[in-house]
Design a protein around this ligand. Sequence first.
Ligand code: GUN
Length: 285
Amino acid sequence: MTARLIDGKALAARLRNELTSRVAQLTSQGRGPGLAVVLVGDDPASAVYVRNKIKACEDCGIRSVFEKLPADVGETQLLDVIDRLNADPTLHGILVQLPLPRHLNAQRVLESISFDKDVDGLHATNAGLTLMGVPHFRSCTPYGVMKMLESTGIELAGKHAVVIGRSNMVGKPMAMLLLAANATVTICHSATRDLPSITRQADILVAAVGRRAIVTADMVKPGAVVIDVGTNKTPEGKLAGDVDFNAVKEVAGWISPVPGGVGPMTIAMLLTNTVESAERAAALA
Ligand code: GUN
């Protein structure tokens, strides 16, 4: 292996450790952070994600409230729950786990969360503030990737960053955060022509496609930083990224693994956003 490993698991553990003392400080002032997690339906993958998030809260002393609603819940009923959580001053973050069942309008649901409690960073106001370079809550996965890049000590200004994927949750906010760090940013997507010719120009390559091993060694510039946001399943049911890790690690300068890369960082940044929200509320009190 020539590439150095970007160990998201270890970095997330360090960040969570730092958060624990900030949480203790807030709690000692009677202003302990609180996060509401809303899960609609019985999707097994979502149930695992939600369980991990609640456990991570517990581990660093953040109070969590779990709202589990049936798959056939009406939109009005869900919006009523969110209204109640918005109005609760002991809660500083609200997360609605996605995807939602198809009969619910996910955009309308996300917009119903107070932008000041939107610790997922998915509300249009938070997406817009990130676009304008004055983020309030950053989307957790891109925020985590920025921390991973920071941990390498590599200067981003003037570097060519290529993001594969244009989702509202990852690709678009990722591009905006890289742009704010003065990288030259290219966004690639399913209609991009000759993807390898573009990825080969990347000093920083962020893969957020959702297709296993789509990034192969011949697509990577020697020495590049490669961050794998993919969470795919192998036929054996194992977690696998978008990057062909074993081949790409021989070409890249830095690489993040799956598992143990971006995944733990996404949760650490959710906790970070929740603690920041509670600190803001405490400062205003
Ligand atoms: N589903 C998959 N990832 C996420 C996430 O980061 N936040 C929410 N709310 N739902 C998700």
